[in-house]
Design a protein around this ligand. Sequence first.
Ligand code: MG
Length: 155
Amino acid sequence: MRIGHGYDAHVFSDACPLVLGGVTIPCEKGLLAHSDGDVVVHALCDALLGAMALGDMGFLFPNTANEFKHINSRILLRKVMQLVQDKGYQVVNVDITIVAEVPKLAPHIQAMRKHLAADMQVAMGAVNVKSTTTEGLGFVGRQEGIATHAVALIQ
Ligand code: MG
């Protein structure tokens, strides 16, 4: 068994949509990024890569490469899962914490779990997604962006 941790943060931009965990969320602002800005999937991918000691997303999918411009991050997650399978691992469970002051994420958590479980080919019971605010503290509290932590266990 191996464990990995991932962290990512993106800054808000005026351009919607906001995509988190593969779910398009109604919002006033999206997240600025080379890809679709799905900070949840990015943190998860880094956790899986971390568990395999395979570096990070920035190394595998450089933000200078045109092929990854505006890419649906779920495609990147499936690419990472191909590496998991190629290495002979399977996902035991993942736990994800989204740190966001806005928007309200509770209505979208189950859809995120469903998408991520499908992409990792595991049961929804192996995928936990939760969200928290920072009670107004820091860049999240000032509503400047969204951060996500992820932990992944593979065997
Ligand atoms: Mg990112």
